[in-house]
Design a protein around this ligand. Structure first.
Ligand code: ADP
Length: 479
């Protein structure tokens, strides 16, 4: 028999006549597939329909056109998948044509592919695979739900369809630049970006890209997480913090009412005095214009002074959205001291300013930073009111440039200092040692400073009192 050479090959092999009946099977075929000569070759395969194959089979025998199908066999040891390669063959000495089939076991690859597809479609994150021209070749179920495209309408399209400008027009350049330089801007790093869904809505996303190389063919896999909910939570939290901070500012202003009233009363009293002097000059028929002008000038200065106090209070008490801008920290401190000086004076305390020179600017919300400094100064005043201060009655507000380009603002008092058992608690919300304290001040300060990328802490001074300080690092202005 001329095909005995196939007998001991490890892969199943068959030869069938033009009607699909087996005329020869090797040992491996018999062992794995259990069918014999004379039967239809498709018998072991669960999913091969004789009718579907008729055309390919005929073409193979008559026109020598080979074909391949993948099919599965259920056996006692489980399901196995085979690639079946069929080609025309001279079946016997009489020259009658038939089909030679060689089978390759692809069970392992098929299972891996099936598992990969299952993982892709059960993944919570959207997974998109593109080729190096940016053409989408895989779009999982989560991506369908996130972007609103069905797989058949998006596969084969450019991934730029899912990007807003300027990334849409730049994407080709990004890929080209990466392929040319190998310089990774996003691959393996992950970034927060915006995507666009089918309806044109922008979605905040986190995108992580990895690169795969399949036999020289590059592919990029993007794993995309929808950040809409996270972003909304973050915004709600920030809004909540802002409201809390505003309440804290109003409460500080409330506590300072007496000193603020005093601060405004002074220029108002002066205004009234200069106005009366002016009236008297006129009543007396004194037409000394120089004296009159001097009274009016002073009157003007005092009304501007009162106006400045009110303006400062208004600015501070306004409920506004956090507004970040370039800040000169020394200027902020000077302005704040003007607001609190009279309160300190009322308690017989002097505010001493010790400002560092040539400090760089910072980017942040000036009102919030002033609020933090105000909290520290008011706590210092409270602390000094608790005891008889043997070392004098002054609070020093210091600004310095520290290593790592940090600007440090500190407030040192001469009060009792922070008791050891309180040390871990002072920044905890609602912790207070004061009779009518709220215990929110320092915890609000901590979140404001954290939002500015800095930190806040304290130490007890060697001689007397405590120093509370916060630092502000340089942050990027394009947030
Ligand atoms: P409140 O001022 O309403 O108590 P804070 O959060 O501002 O709330 O302060 C919490 C606690 O920290 C204060 O009650 C006090 O015990 C302590 N503390 C704050 N600043 C100082 C300071 N300069 N010296 C001593 N203790 C302080």
């Amino acid at each position: 028999m001329k095909f005995t050479a196939y007998d001991n090959l490890p892969c199943p092999i068959f030869i069938a006549d033009p009607n699909g009946r087996l005329t020869y099977v090797n040992h491996a075929w018999r062992e794995y597939l259990g069918s014999e000569s004379g039967e239809l070759w498709t018998k072991p395969f669960d999913d091969v329909q004789q009718t579907d194959l008729r055309h390919a089979w005929k073409n193979c025998c008559e026109a020598d056109e080979s074909f391949t199908i993948t099919s599965k066999v259920s056996s006692a040891s489980g399901i196995r998948w085979y690639d079946i390669q069929c080609q025309a063959i001279d079946r016997d000495e009489a020259g009658e044509m038939g089909v030679l089939g060689t089978l390759q076991d692809v069970t392992a690859q098929t299972l891996v592919t099936a598992a990969t597809l299952a993982i892709l479609d059960t993944a919570v994150d959207a997974i998109i695979i593109i080729d190096q021209d940016g053409i989408i070749d895989t779009f999982n179920q989560a991506a369908v739900e996130m972007f609103g495209y069905q797989t058949d309408e998006i596969i084969g399209q450019s991934v730029t369809k899912l990007m807003p400008e300027p990334h849409r027009s730049q994407h080709e350049v990004y890929i080209e630049r990466y392929l040319a330089t190998g310089n990774k801007k996003i691959i393996g790093i992950g970034r927060e970006l915006e995507a666009v869904d089918k309806a044109g809505n922008k979605i905040p996303i986190h995108l992580a890209v990895s690169e795969i190389d399949i036999e020289g063919q590059r592919r990029f896999t993007g794993i995309i997480r929808d950040l809409s909910e996270q972003r909304a939570d973050r915004e709600a939290l920030a809004e909540h913090r802002q409201r809390l901070a505003h309440v804290d500012r109003l409460s500080s202003m409330g506590e300072m009412t007496a000193s603020i009233a005093h601060e405004i009363n002074q220029p108002l009293t002066a205004i009234s005095m200069y106005a009366q002097a002016g009236i008297k000059l006129i009543e007396r028929g004194n037409t000394d214009l120089e004296k009159l002008q001097s009274a009016l000038d002073k009157l003007n200065t005092q009304s501007l002074r009162a106006g400045a106090v009110i303006e400062r209070i208004q600015r501070f008490a306004r409920a506004q959205e956090s507004q970040r801008e370039i800040m000169d920290v020394n200027e902020l401190v000077i302005d704040l001291v003007k607001l609190t000086e009279s309160d300190a004076r009322l308690h017989d305390i002097e505010l001493v300013l010790d400002l560092g020179e040539a400090l760089p600017t910072r980017f942040g919300d000036p009102i919030q930073i002033q609020q933090v400094a105000l909290n520290l100064i008011r706590n210092a005043i409270d602390a000094m009111n608790e005891i008889h201060c043997a070392n004098g009655r002054s609070i020093t507000i210091r600004t310095r440039l520290a290593p790592q380009d940090l600007i440090v603002v500190s407030v040192s008092d001469l009060g009792p200092g922070v008791a050891e058992e309180q040390a871990d608690l002072v920044f905890t919300p609602f912790h207070t040692t004061k009779k009518d304290g709220m215990g929110m001040g320092l915890s609000i300060c901590r979140s404001i400073i954290a939002e500015h990328g800095g930190s806040i802490d304290f130490y007890n001074n060697d001689d007397a009192g405590a120093t509370f300080f916060f630092n502000l690092p340089e942050v990027s202005t394009d947030e």
